[in-house]
Design a protein around this ligand. Structure first.
Ligand code: DQA
Length: 145
């Protein structure tokens, strides 16, 4: 069985109640169900969330060590964490796909959200489609059929 790491950064543990006008009213456990449904029995979905930059970096190191593809929503770290960027680069430079995802479209929001320090080392970026951003990313890293 192959495994996909679905890693979520700060404040995404509050999905469901956090700014529902921007992020919708579903939480991460609803997202996990949707991903598991799409993945089917051959792919394990390992969905995690942390508010801690160091923990997120450790999980990216784990992705390298276990050659696990990554779907990453870096949340606010997107916009300033060079340490997370360096960890994401370790993943893609090892030839392992890493897709940066966002629920909202950061480019249609405040100026500080318009730049991502992660995108330049990601395999690709999907933003603005709600939880479908993750489902589209899963199609890329774990194609069905
Ligand atoms: C986000 C967008 C970021 O700008 C923001 O800090 C988040 C969520 C998104 O999924 O739309 O926490 O990554």
């Amino acid at each position: 069985m192959s495994r996909v790491l679905v890693l979520n950064g700060p404040n995404l543990g509050r999905l469901g109640s956090r700014e529902p006008d921007v992020y919708g009213d579903q939480d991460l456990s609803a997202l996990r169900v949707l991903l598991i449904e799409q993945a089917g029995p051959a792919v394990e979905i390992d969905l995690r969330q942390t508010d801690d930059e160091a923990e997120l970096i450790r999980w990216l190191h784990e992705a390298v060590d276990t050659a696990s593809p990554v779907i990453l929503n870096p949340a606010a770290f997107t916009h300033y964490s060079y340490a997370l960027r360096d960890a994401a680069a370790l993943v893609t430079k090892a030839g392992i796909p890493l897709v940066e995802v966002h629920i909202s479209n950061p480019h249609a929001r405040e100026e500080f959200r318009h730049s991502s320090v992660i995108s330049g080392v990601a395999t690709g970026v999907i933003a603005g489609f709600g939880f479908d951003s993750y489902l589209l990313a899963l199609r890329v890293v774990a194609p069905v059929g």
